[in-house]
Design a protein around this ligand. Structure first.
Ligand SMILES: CC(C)(COP(=O)(O)OP(=O)(O)OC[C@H]1O[C@@H](n2cnc3c(N)ncnc32)[C@H](O)[C@@H]1OP(=O)(O)O)[C@@H](O)C(=O)NCCC(=O)NCCS
Length: 420
């Protein structure tokens, strides 16, 4: 049966049936009739990065990637950036599941990414069990929070006063994109956003889905007039305000390029009239808000788990681009049973201000570790110890795991503010 299903790239002229297949499996309305959305899709369509599976001429499987850059730990300086491939819209129709279609599409897609020189691949997994066999591993965790604004906790005030300015979504794009450019370099794990991403995110150009409210947008401007942060939020259903003692607000995003702007934005959000609870989805696991509040328990973590899964495709480039917390030299035997792209013996020579990693097949290994473990610790989101307990790291030289731990340690957890 598998042999009768063709896997191939999808030209823009075949976009609509591809979207139909993708939307059906992801439980959206199969028909995308909205002209604004179709125009958006035409603009982002890149046939070289879109795969489809076709059985008797009908699209039954989908996969798409896009190029982006990932911020990576770079010591005390701003993060460095790595060119990567981001994987999305992966579906196989229920009628054609478990016949190897995902395996065929993804193996080809990863090979293409490697051939293009993309150093790693990143995705958000619908289920834990799907992507490990292709070498992806949780590298960025995230948390959901419930902030009990009704308790009116005091928050540390900015050192210098900020002006909070309400703007329409159209007017948010430009200053927010600039804040995002600055803020994302302050934390590992962040991918870039294109103008098309912003348009969809803010529901511009008629791109807001039916039933989704327009976000309320606020900018934080410092004393010199520079925009240093922004927040977007919306109420799903306030009901009657006369009876509403539980109005909940979803805070889509609070992004600040300075500590002062962060404080100013949270002061504003915690003091929204009539609002009892603020909900945050997929925020950093080390979100600092609780430490700024007079009552830290007003910020409650309601969920923590995997968010971004990473798969390294080029170990020397990935490890040379990063910076390390301690200076050391280790020989790593990387085992890659999930495709082989990362396999090899490498010498990593690195510290806070320099790093070099090269293939040294004749060197004696200090550590044998799975590519999955290396992807898991790469951004600083997991410990070497956790990967050792998972059976993915073996020491050849006593103490080598602790030395690797010390090198890969980061002061801040990685986080990716951008869903894809
Ligand atoms: C997940 C999905 C894409 C898998 O497609 P598929 O073509 O059935 O996958 P394959 O046949 O190539 O499976 C390869 C292997 O992964 C396993 N596998 C696939 N999906 C799995 C899942 N959800 N849970 C556990 N194992 C899974 C298969 O059993 C198979 O294992 P085997 O080689 O030991 O037999 C498909 O089930 C799907 O579209 N699901 C709904 C949408 C979704 O979750 N998409 C992912 C978005 S991130």
């Amino acid at each position: 049966m598998t042999s009768t299903t063709e896997i191939r790239h999808v030209p823009a002229g075949e976009m609509v049936p591809w979207l139909r297949a993708m939307r059906t499996t992801l439980l959206a309305d199969p028909a995308l009739r909205d002209e604004h959305s179709l125009t958006w899709w035409r603009e982002v369509w890149n046939p070289d990065r879109v795969f489809g599976g076709y059985a008797e001429g009908r699209c039954v499987a989908t996969l798409r990637t896009f190029p982006t850059t990932l911020t990576i730990p770079s010591g005390p300086a701003e993060c460095a950036e790595l060119p990567i491939d981001a994987l999305t819209q992966v579906t196989v129709a229920a009628t054609h599941r478990r016949r190897g279609l995902l395996t065929r599409m993804l193996t080809q897609s990863l090979q293409d990414a490697r051939d293009r020189g993309e150093v790693a691949s990143l995705l958000l997994a619908a289920e834990w069990a799907i992507y490990g066999r292709f070498g992806y591993w949780p590298a960025v965790m995230s948390s959901d929070y419930r902030i009990l604004a009704a308790r009116r906790p005091q928050i540390l005030r900015p050192k210098a006063a900020h002006q909070l300015i309400g703007v329409d979504p159209d007017d948010l794009l430009e200053p927010a994109a600039e804040v995002h450019r600055r803020a994302r370099l302050q934390r590992a794990g962040q991918i870039d956003r294109t103008t098309a991403d912003w348009q969809r995110r803010l529901g511009l150009r008629g791109l807001r889905s039916p039933g989704v409210r327009e976000p309320v947008c606020v900018l934080a401007r410092n004393a010199e007039g520079r925009v240093d942060g922004y927040a977007t939020w919306r109420v799903q259903d306030a009901g009657s305000l006369l009876e509403a003692d539980q109005v909940q607000v979803d805070v889509d995003e609070v992004l600040a390029a300075t500590e002062d702007a962060y404080r100013a934005l949270w002061h504003y959000l915690l003091n929204l009239d009539l609002v009892r609870v603020l909900r945050l989805h997929a925020y950093p696991v080390d979100e600092p808000l609780e430490w700024l509040l007079s009552d830290g328990r007003a910020a409650q973590r309601t969920w923590t788990g995997d968010r971004d899964w990473l798969r390294l495709l080029d170990v020397p480039v990935a490890l040379s681009a990063r910076r390390y917390s301690s200076t050391d030299r280790l020989v790593l035997e990387v085992v890659d049973r999930d495709g082989g792209w990362a396999a090899g013996r490498y010498t990593l020579d690195g510290g806070p201000t320099h790093a070099e990693c090269r293939a040294t097949p004749a060197a004696t290994a200090d550590l044998r570790l799975s590519q999955r473990a290396l992807a898991g610790i790469y951004l600083g989101g997991n410990t070497v110890r956790s990967q050792q307990l998972a059976g993915l790291v073996d020491e050849e030289t006593p103490g080598a795991a602790a030395r690797l731990e010390s090198m890969f340690w980061t002061a801040q957890q990685p986080w990716n503010a951008t869903s894809f």
